[in-house]
Write a protein that binds this ligand. Structure first.
Ligand SMILES: Nc1ncnc2c1ncn2[C@@H]1O[C@H](COP(=O)(O)OP(=O)(O)O)[C@@H](O)[C@H]1O
Ligand SMILES: [Mg+2]
Length: 202
């Protein structure tokens, strides 16, 4: 695959992401506080896990980039050309996100960072591009945390967050038979957070 010209570089806490015309390179950054040998092996294994989950999600019907290669701590993947969901968010899109998250959770995939920054609208499909914090778990608690993180990102980013949240819930319920249990847990997690906040300020 021709990389094409370099368009943009993102420097996050965990990774450096290089966006080329056709390809994206995601390189896990070294952590200085870890022993170099341990750090190298951790980065390699987390890179492999991320790439595996990206492919697994697609097999369960969630659009993700095609993995082209893995080299040590670097993933080379297809570039998804489209609009960041942040810029095009709507009830319809949030409902579709709900369906896609339901598919992840049914497959036992916890995303770990469901925010509009980590999704791209392309070809009328929602692509999930960042699985850097993902893991495999089939318990209710981490699924509840996943939803809580998404709801908080809606509150922080959109004035009409309430209707976006409702639309997500509709989509999530439509596709997942255990939806009610997870939604209930997400509510509990929100209340726990508020309780802790109160104690911190009083
Ligand atoms: N395959 C991809 N195609 C197009 N854009 C991408 C792709 N992967 C990442 N990006 C863009 O790069 C940004 C950073 O990548 P991301 O995987 O989210 O890194 P981080 O873990 O640092 O958040 C994303 O918010 C997205 O805009
Ligand atoms: Mg990200």
């Amino acid at each position: 695959m021709e990389y094409g010209k370099l368009i943009k570089v993102y420097l996050g806490g965990e990774a450096e992401v290089r966006i080329y015309e056709n390809v994206v390179e995601k390189i896990r950054k070294p952590k200085r506080y870890r022993h170099p040998k341990l750090d190298q092996s951790l980065r390699r294994s987390r890179t492999r896990t991320e790439a595996k989950i990206i492919a697994l999600a697609r097999r369960h019907g969630v659009p993700t980039p095609i993995i082209l290669d893995i080299e040590g701590d670097k993933i080379i993947m297809e570039r998804i050309k489209g609009e960041p969901v942040k810029n095009v968010m709507s009830k319809e899109i949030s409902r579709e996100i709900g369906k896609m998250v339901a598919r992840l959770h049914k497959a036992g995939i916890i995303h770990g960072d469901i925010t509009p920054m980590n999704m791209i609208l392309s070809d009328s499909k929602i692509y999930f591009v960042d699985f850097g914090l993902s893991f495999i778990e089939d318990r209710v608690e981490p699924k509840g945390v996943d939803l809580h993180v998404y709801f908080e990102s809606l509150k922080a980013g959109f004035d009409n967050w309430e209707e976006l949240k409702e639309a997500f819930i509709e989509g999530y319920k439509e596709e997942y038979e255990k939806a009610d249990e997870v939604l209930e847990r997400a509510k509990e997690i929100e209340l726990r957070g508020r309780y802790i906040e109160k104690r911190l300020v009083s």
